[in-house]
Design a protein around this ligand. Structure first.
Ligand SMILES: [Zn+2]
Length: 459
C-alpha cells in the first residue's frame, strides 16, 4: 500500500506520454503502472499529470536593505510559494543579490534563512554578483562545491563596463567550476544614451518606455555575451530574451556549438508594445521592454523549435500604485511583473491548446530543461521512479478568467487581467504532499527545502 496514488491520468514527460497510475512513497515517485493502491488516491482521469514546474527565475527577496520609504518587490518566499503552487510550480530559483559590502556567501545566508522560514516549496538560490571584488570571485568555486552552481551577472549595470575585466574573470572561474553564468543582456551605456536623448526631447514619460531600450540595445549585449563565452568557454544562460534580433545571434552561436542557453518570459509571448498606448501602460514595464508583433512571433517560433530552451516567470511583483507612480519616468520606472501563478496556465492555454507547442515541449520548457541546466535533474523535472514526487494534475478543460486581485501574489493585479485561460492545476503535489486541492493552497510556511545542486547538464 503506497502513501499516495495519482490514478488514471495521462502522464506526460519530456520524452513520453501515456496513461498510468503514479505511486508515491516517502516524498518520491515509487511506482508507475496500473491498478496501484494507496492510502490516499487522487482521481486524475481525464487530466494530465505533469512534473511540477521548475521556475528558476523569480524575485522573492529584496536587492537592497528594506528601509522606510524604500519601495521593494511585494512578495516574499511565502506569498511567492503560494502563487507558485496555485500555478503548478513546485521549485523556484530566486535571485539573491549581494548587497554593498556583502560577500556572496553572506547574501546566500540571508536568503537561506528567509526561505527556510517562509518557503512552502523547494527552492534554489542564484548568487548575483553585484560587486565583482577579488573576494567575491574567490567564493565561486567553494559555493559550487556546496551546491550553488549558478552565478547571475547584470550586463546592464552602470558599473559593468568599468569592471568588465573582473566580470570576465568571474565567468572564467564559473565555467571552470561547473557553474552556469546567467546573464541579463542589455547594454547599459547605449540605454543611457538613448534615454538622455528622449528626456531632452520631452519624451521621458513612461509611455515612451519601449523606445528607451530598442532591440539593438539587447542584441548588442547578447552578441557581446556570446563573445565572452567564446573567450572564456563558460556556458551562459541568457535570461528573459525578448527580441528577434537577439534570438538570431543566439541561433548562430548555438549553430557554432557554443554552450549558449536561452530563457524567455511570458510577457513577450502575449503582449506587444502597443499596450503602452493605454493610460496605464506603465504597469507592463519590464527589462527588456515589450516589443513588436514580429518579435513575439519569433519568440513563439523559438519555443517551438527548441532555440529557446526555458520559459520562466521572472516574477518581480509590484503593486499598481508602485507601477503607476506619477513621479516616475523612463529612467526610474519599476521593472517587473507578477507571473508565477500564470506562467504555466497561460502557456498551456495559448501554447498547447493554441497549437503552438506540443505537450512534451510544454514540459521541457517549464520543468525539464531548467532542471537539467540548473543541476536538479532527474530529482526534479521528470516523473520517474526515484524522482521527487513534485507533480501537477492538470485539468485541460478548466476555464478561468484571470483576475490578479484574487490571485496569491501581493501585486494585486495581473498583466493578463480579463483573459480567459483554459487549463489549470487541480492538484499540486510537492515531495508527495498535496499542497493544492479544491482551489486552496494548503502548504505550510517553511515546509520548502533548499535543494543542493549538481553541475549543469548540457542541452
Ligand atoms: Zn529577473
Amino acid at each position: 500500500m503506497l502513501g499516495l496514488v495519482i490514478k488514471g491520468g495521462t502522464v506526460v514527460t519530456a520524452g513520453s506520454l501515456g496513461t498510468c497510475d503514479v505511486g508515491v512513497q516517502d516524498g518520491r515517485v515509487a511506482q508507475l503502472g496500473a491498478g496501484l493502491t494507496g492510502r490516499r488516491v487522487l482521481d486524475a482521469r481525464g487530466a494530465y499529470v505533469f512534473p511540477g514546474g521548475v521556475d528558476v527565475h523569480v524575485h522573492l527577496s529584496s536587492p537592497i536593505e528594506p528601509a522606510p520609504g524604500v519601495e521593494l518587490w511585494v512578495d516574499d518566499f511565502y506569498s511567492g510559494s503560494q502563487a507558485a503552487i496555485a500555478g503548478g510550480v513546485t521549485t523556484v530559483g530566486n535571485m539573491t543579490f549581494q548587497r554593498r559590502d556583502e560577500g556572496l556567501r553572506q547574501a546566500l545566508a540571508r536568503d537561506l534563512a528567509a526561505a527556510s522560514r517562509d518557503a512552502a516549496i523547494d527552492y534554489i538560490l542564484h548568487p548575483v554578483l553585484m560587486h565583482p571584488s577579488e573576494e567575491a570571485l574567490a567564493e565561486v568555486p567553494a559555493l559550487a562545491a556546496e551546491g550553488h552552481t549558478s552565478l547571475k551577472i547584470f550586463m546592464v549595470l552602470d558599473h559593468f563596463d568599468a569592471h568588465v575585466n573582473e566580470y570576465l574573470r568571474a565567468m572564467r572561474i564559473a565555467g571552470a567550476s561547473g557553474v552556469l553564468t546567467m546573464l541579463h543582456c542589455e547594454d547599459g551605456a547605449l540605454i543611457r544614451c538613448v534615454c538622455q536623448d528622449l528626456v531632452a526631447q520631452g519624451l521621458g514619460a513612461p509611455q515612451h518606455y519601449p523606445d528607451s531600450r530598442p532591440d539593438y540595445t539587447e542584441s548588442a549585449a547578447v552578441e557581446r555575451a556570446i563573445a565572452f563565452t567564446r573567450a572564456t568557454r563558460a556556458p551562459i544562460y541568457i535570461v528573459h530574451l525578448s527580441s528577434a534580433a537577439a534570438l538570431d545571434a543566439c541561433r548562430r552561436a548555438r549553430a557554432d556549438g557554443l554552450p549558449v542557453y536561452v530563457e524567455t518570459r511570458p510577457l513577450y509571448l502575449y503582449l506587444t508594445r502597443a499596450v503602452f498606448e493605454q493610460p496605464d501602460g506603465a504597469k507592463y514595464v519590464g527589462n527588456p521592454p515589450l516589443r513588436e508583433t514580429a518579435d513575439t512571433r519569433a519568440i513563439w517560433n523559438g519555443l517551438r523549435s527548441g532555440e529557446i530552451q526555458c520559459l520562466c516567470s521572472d516574477h518581480a511583483p509590484w503593486t499598481l500604485r508602485q507601477k503607476l507612480d506619477p513621479t516616475l519616468d523612463i529612467t526610474t520606472v519599476r521593472p517587473g511583473v507578477a507571473d508565477l501563478e500564470t506562467l504555466m496556465p497561460m502557456l498551456f492555454s495559448e501554447g498547447v491548446r493554441g497549437g503552438r507547442v506540443s505537450l512534451s515541449r510544454f514540459v521541457e520548457l517549464t520543468s525539464t530543461n531548467t532542471s537539467k541546466l540548473f543541476g536538479l535533474y532527474p530529482r526534479k523535472g521528470t516523473i520517474a521512479v526515484g524522482s521527487d514526487a513534485d507533480l501537477v494534475v492538470w485539468d485541460p478543460d478548466a476555464r478561468r478568467t484571470i483576475q490578479g486581485a484574487t490571485m496569491r501574489s501581493k501585486a494585486g493585479y495581473s498583466v493578463y487581467d480579463g483573459r480567459e485561460v483554459q487549463g489549470w492545476p487541480v492538484y499540486t503535489v510537492s515531495r508527495g504532499e498535496v499542497v493544492l486541492e479544491d482551489g486552496q493552497v494548503t502548504a505550510t510556511r517553511g515546509r520548502g527545502k533548499w535543494v543542493r545542486r549538481d553541475r549543469p547538464m548540457a542541452l
